[in-house]
Design a protein around this ligand. Sequence first.
Ligand code: SAH
Ligand code: SF4
Length: 346
Amino acid sequence: MPSAYELTKEELAEQLSGEPRYRVDQVWHGLWNEAQELGQITTIPKALRASLSERFPSSLSVANDVHSDRGMTRKWVFRLFDGATIETVLMAYEDRVTVCVSSQAGCGVGCTFCATGQAGFTRHLSVGEVIEQVLFAAREAAPRRLSNVVFMGMGEPLENYRVTVDVVKRLHEYRGLSARHLTVSTVGVAPAIERLAKEGLPLTLAVSLHAANNETRSQLIPLNRRYPLERLHEACANWIATTSRRLSFEWALIDGVNDTNKAMHELARYAEPLRAHVNLIPLNPTPGYLVLGSSAQRVREFHDGLVELGVNVTVRNTRGRSIDAACGQLASVTNARRRSIPVRSA
Ligand code: SAH
Ligand code: SF4
């Protein structure tokens, strides 16, 4: 069954062809501006509400709902129509409220350190299934306004390319989110980065680097064998030249694997010509990868070393560790360590 968020405004108008024209605006406003479910849009008659809810049921049913960080982080596990499950995480900060969405159920890339990668690929999500995660979170965040969307939940957004592009366009046009507030994280699908650059979309690109030598990176990220670091560098340079935007590198610090001084120098050499911003995050432990994240002290040293090498770097605070949020890849993306404010809990 289709989701109401699958529809463009013209398609919605077709669905409401027997109704007065202003109904289209009312429903549209309810769905997109107010983040309401069809059944909650009280500006339209009850019978219409009921028939629309029946024709366009919600794609997401809550299978689990957990909190951590004193209510500042919430995670939902949603069951989809076919039984596939995905995770969505809401994080509240002093200056913003961010939702981390899944783009696929599972992921086929198979990064060794990632819980989603360890579980394998189930299927791509539809436009409606991704957008509903955003609007669900927006409802739960009220009265605060959901300000940021990051594609850092389950899945590789650039492997579900058309859906990712379509979702970004709609969130921009219909929710008014722009590049500073929309971040797509990719493992580094080089040709898709170049294709995305040409779309002219308002988004920030984060590339999951994690290692700047091919041997280590291929061990962590099997896709590196297909698009090795040299090819990825080309794609990143192309992104910057085409979009005039900066990009960031994600680096999950893994004890003894990519937190050595050698790794630090490799990273600095890789990031410097691109003037990329580096986000460090200690690895979240996962059952299938028995290696530890770096100690707090090593994270600090690695950070300070990069600063000395002239790299623009921040340490991201990890959210939701105790609730295994998403791949454990919790995202604050822009800057770290700010005071947080609880997200209302239902
Ligand atoms: N597939 C995309 C987006 C989803 S993963 C990508 O890989 O970028 C989002 C981020 O979480 C990535 O930077 C990923 O490397 C990171 N991540 C995955 N597992 C993690 C873990 N156990 N600890 C810390 N970060 C992790
Ligand atoms: Fe997929 Fe990203 Fe996890 Fe790698 S880190 S397996 S690309 S979700």
